[in-house]
Write a protein that binds this ligand. Sequence first.
Ligand code: PSU
Ligand code: MN
Length: 316
Amino acid sequence: MTAPADRPNPKLDYTPEVLTALETGRPVVALESTIVSHGMPYPQNVQTAREVEELVRQEGATPATIAVIGGRIKVGLSEAELEQLGNDPSFGKISTRDLPFTVATGRNGATTVASTMRVAHLAGVRVFATGGTGGVHRGGASSLDVSADLTELSRSQVCVVSAGVKSILDIGLTLEYLETLGVPVMTYGSEEYPAFYSRSSGFVSPLSVDSPEQAAAVLRAKWELCDTPGAAGGVLLANPVPAESEIPAAEIAPHIEAALRDMDALGITGKDTTPYLLGRIVEITGGRSLVTNIALVKNNAVLAARVAAAYSGLSM
Ligand code: PSU
Ligand code: MN
């Protein structure tokens, strides 16, 4: 199958670094922007975003942080744009459904995993590193609060590297839903699916892989087997947080429960839940969860760069 975007898409603005990498077939790693604008406090968010980009470069890949600025979809941000993203409240959290409106009205937007996947797909970027993905929220069976991240994993031709889903979500239902959508879910170096802050979730990972090359081979096989151009679907590669940075499941569980109670008392629902809970857990843990969050994002960026390198080696 010919990939839907093997050459740069003219609707997107690329940094020179990203354009050159795409044109010469060198590995590129997409990075999301909601994690910067709504997932971490300023200035640690901008600092982390810079360090993550640098780690990707050190691995020989090119970072492409994705956001919408003044209605233009950016694939790769300048230093100044990254700073603006981290410190300007006009960057709303935008998922896939919000992309058309944000572009049409010339607004700013911070892309979630779902909308970043869509843009990466359009740009021909096949590997994407983030912290945590969305999933089925607790009570999702009746509220229907299921992240569009899962829908997009069934459509965009992108591998998402994440540290799993945290137990603010229903992990079991999230894995069920990914199975329904036909999304391969594999965990790197472990038989257990990880739970973001913690290496263990109590759920067996549907698949596991032990090297970037093995992960890249699965990507190639998946996309070679697909005959639906433009809707090939993605792969979720879960990467457990490094042991020295994890908050064990038993320790984080009561903090998550407390944050969920606070959220209910405030009546927060829908797209505001994830940003609220992340911020509240940072407060409750006295900043410890932020340290873990930063460590796992960096760990994911390094793995994503290695998978991107292995995949571009296979596609040569
Ligand atoms: N999980 C995190 N950090 C984040 C998010 C999730 O640990 O920043 C963000 C991502 O951008 C993800 C989005 O795509 O939240 C999911 O939000 P929702 O559940 O509203 O789809
Ligand atoms: Mn939701």
